[in-house]
Structure formats: structure tokens, C-alpha cells
Ligand binder design. Structure first.
Ligand SMILES: Cc1cc2nc3c(=O)[nH]c(=O)nc-3n(C[C@H](O)[C@H](O)[C@H](O)COP(=O)(O)OP(=O)(O)OC[C@H]3O[C@@H](n4cnc5c(N)ncnc54)[C@H](O)[C@@H]3O)c2cc1C
Length: 370
């Protein structure tokens, strides 16, 4: 496969950053190819805040785009404060003013920030991208390899991409490549640029739902409701003050709760709706490299822990039943890595054994899927 060099720029990822990049390039008269592995922009709200500086940039995309973004701003009262409570409507433990979300005002900037939700923001940006007629938008197209552009003397970039519809691969070339492919970035990974700082601070589930919680909250509005009690800890986010909510809740590790879960009890039911794993998905610190539906998945660590670490979760036949087996492989360089890899293996053996036994117990008590 020989990539054809063109004057366009490759933009990997159609999240807020990739869409914004394509719009900025178009504003400067530069064509681009926007590559996104999913079939569409996000349907799930994660990003909420387009701050004052971002909205200053958005003004450059034209008054129609700016006004549409302003039009999805959350109603008054839902940008401040941040509340800490036992439950959404229960005892309040603390309050922090968060006036920053309301913007500094016209003395500082002509632009006003927007507090909304990612799927609405992205839909507006995608319409704007299409309206430029300068962006070749390719959904359901996954970048699998950085072919060129990783070396200082490369004067063009090329990406190998795979169509998720047909499985066919091709190489796309461009004058430059913008890696806007999120926190588990393939581009960053291929360049060997690791994230700095602590990883995996907490494993949480991001849950999007509708419920008329507002009428129970009454005047005690806010932008974030940090909730903590014996059953759960997480944060509730009102998306529009009219029934759409986002909840980020810490996931139980299902292992030894007193070690992994701060003493809270893991739920006694399996989490529904998790969906099937797919190659490229992130599972905790692993990127999935192979999936055999109903039998096994394998992945490698995204941060390079003890060299490179690979994991496989597999269901294996065992007499009349089956066993869920977890296998970890690490590459070791030097005595320190050797020692740590042993500690990791034995520590994980104890924790995973308990986790798998809990899953087994829950799966065996759950009603069969209809
Ligand atoms: C659980 C969670 C909760 C969050 N909550 C909030 C919040 O409440 N408020 C807030 O402001 N921000 C929140 N954020 C942060 C916010 O989502 C990010 O800051 C924002 O999405 C970053 O935008 P981005 O365009 O850089 O990346 P992303 O939005 O992650 O977009 C990257 C895109 O690249 C695509 N992609 C990745 N790899 C490939 C590939 N190999 N080939 C093709 N396409 C690829 C992805 O599918 C994705 O569409 C949250 C993030 C998470 C994970």
C-alpha cells in the first residue's frame, strides 16, 4: 500500500478537539481528513464546559456556530455552586462557589462560556465542519498504525486505517497529522510519549440518564453534586436543568473491598449494559488487542508498566462447566523490574482470584439472559 501525498492534513479523532482542529484548518484555507473510529460523533456526554477561551476561538468559526453553541447553554442557576451531599437531596456537607463557569464578563472578554453536554456540542461542530466543504469526514474508520511522521526528518505523515464496515485497510497521507484521538491516543503511543503523573486514579462508570430530579432539588441547584454515603460515592451532573443527568460513580472492584474499595461493599449484582469488548477499547490500564467473543479477550498495558505487560481473560472448558482464567505476561529488563513483576503477579493473583470468584458467584445467582 503506497500512500499518495496530498496537501491535506490528517486529523485523527472527531471529538471536540478534532472537530475544532478541522474547523480551524478550514478557517485558514487548509483541507483536512477527519478520521473517527465510531459511526458518528459521541452520543454520550462527557465534555460539558466550553470555557471563555474556547468560545473566543469558536467566534472565529462564524456567528451562526457561536450562537448555536450559546443556545445550548444550561439555564441560570445550574453553573454554580459545587455541592457535597450525602444524597442528591440529603444532608449537605459543604459548598464551593464555582463562578468561573459563568465567565469573567464583558470587561474581560466578548465571549461567554457554555455549560452543556458533549453530544450537543459535537453535533453543532460537525454541522459546521460539513458546511466548510473542506473536510473529508470519515466515520467508522480506525487508525491502526502510524506509517510516517514519527521522525524529525519526515516531511509528510501517513496513517494506516481500517474500515470498520468492510475490514479493508488503506494508508492515508497528508502534509501533517494532528493526533486528537483522546487520552488513550494511538499517535502518542506510537511516538512513545507516555502520559505523565498518576494513572487510573479511580475506576468509574459514566452513566447518562433522564429523571426529574430537579423538582426534588428545588432551590438547591448546582453544577456538580458530589454524593457520598455507605452505598455509593460519585458525582451527579445536571446537563440541562430539565431532566437530563450524568452520573459518575466509582466502580466496585469486586475483590477484597477493605483493600480495593475503601471498606465499601461491592454491589451484589453484575453491572448491566457494559457491552461487548472490541479491539482498541480501553479496559482499565489495558488496550484490547484481540477478542474472541464469548471466549477470551487480550490486551496490553497503555502505560508501560514493568516493561510491557499483557493480560488475557479467557473462559476455558472444565469438565461439565468452565473456568474463568486470567493470565498476565510481563517483559522484564533488570533486577528491579524482575522483582516488581513478581510482586505484581503475586499481588494480582490474590486480588484477581477473589474478583473472579465474586464474578462467578454473581453470574451463577443472576437470572439467565432472555
Ligand atoms: C468518564 C469521563 C468523564 C468526563 N467528564 C467530563 C465532564 O464532566 N466535563 C468535562 O468538561 N469533561 C469531561 N471529561 C473530559 C472530556 O471528555 C475530554 O476532555 C474531552 O472529550 C477531550 O476531547 P478530545 O477531542 O481530546 O478527546 P475525545 O473526546 O476522547 O475524542 C477522541 C476521539 O478520537 C477517536 N479515536 C481514538 N482513537 C482512534 C483511532 N485509533 N482511530 C480513529 N478514531 C480514534 C475516539 O473515538 C474519539 O471520538 C470526561 C472524560 C471521561 C473519560
Amino acid at each position: 500500500m503506497r500512500p499518495v501525498a496530498t496537501d491535506r492534513v490528517l486529523v485523527l479523532g472527531a471529538g471536540p478537539v478534532g472537530l475544532g482542529t478541522a474547523l480551524e484548518l478550514a478557517r485558514c484555507g487548509v483541507r483536512s481528513v477527519l478520521i473517527e473510529k465510531h459511526d458518528s460523533t459521541s452520543w454520550h456526554p462527557k465534555t460539558r464546559n466550553f470555557n471563555t477561551r474556547t468560545m473566543e476561538i469558536a467566534r472565529g468559526w462564524g456567528p451562526a456556530v457561536y450562537e448555536r453553541l450559546r443556545g445550548i447553554d444550561t439555564p441560570p442557576g445550574w453553573k454554580s455552586p459545587i455541592r457535597f451531599t450525602r444524597t442528591a437531596v440529603g444532608e449537605e456537607l459543604g459548598v464551593i462557589e464555582s463562578k468561573g463557569f459563568e465567565g469573567p464578563g464583558p470587561d474581560v472578554s466578548p465571549a461567554w462560556p457554555v455549560m452543556s453536554s458533549q453530544e450537543l456540542i459535537e453535533a453543532i461542530l460537525l454541522d459546521a465542519v460539513r458546511a466548510t466543504r473542506m473536510v473529508d469526514v470519515r466515520f467508522a474508520t480506525e487508525a491502526t498504525k502510524l506509517v510516517r511522521g514519527g521522525h524529525a526528518d519526515d516531511d509528510t505523515a501517513a496513517l494506516e486505517v481500517r474500515s470498520r464496515a468492510t475490514g479493508a485497510s488503506e494508508v492515508l497521507a497528508g502534509r501533517a497529522l494532528v493526533g486528537a484521538d483522546g487520552s488513550a491516543s494511538l499517535v502518542r503511543h506510537e511516538l512513545g510519549v507516555e502520559l505523565e503523573g498518576a494513572k487510573e486514579l479511580r475506576h468509574i462508570v459514566n452513566c447518562y440518564f433522564r429523571a426529574d430530579i430537579e423538582r426534588h432539588i428545588g432551590d438547591r441547584k448546582g453544577v456538580l453534586f458530589f454524593v457520598s454515603n455507605e452505598q455509593a460515592s460519585g458525582v451527579l451532573q445536571p446537563l440541562d436543568g430539565a431532566g437530563r443527568w450524568l452520573c459518575q460513580i466509582a466502580v466496585a472492584p469486586y475483590s477484597y473491598d477493605w483493600i480495593d474499595n475503601g471498606g465499601r461493599r461491592s454491589p451484589r449484582t453484575l453491572t448491566p449494559g457494559v457491552g461487548d469488548p472490541a479491539v482498541g477499547d480501553r479496559v482499565q490500564v489495558f488496550r484490547i488487542t484481540e477478542v474472541e467473543p464469548g471466549r477470551q479477550w487480550s490486551g496490553v498495558t497503555i502505560p508501560k508498566v514493568f516493561g510491557r505487560t499483557a493480560v488475557t481473560y479467557a473462559v476455558e472448558p472444565d469438565g461439565h462447566g468452565s473456568r474463568l482464567v486470567c493470565r498476565i505476561t510481563t517483559s522484564q529488563h533488570g533486577p528491579v523490574a524482575w522483582t516488581w513483576s513478581r510482586l505484581l503477579a503475586w499481588g494480582d493473583l490474590v486480588m484477581m482470584r477473589k474478583q473472579l470468584l465474586t464474578f462467578k458467584e454473581l453470574a451463577e445467582t443472576a437470572p439467565p439472559a432472555s
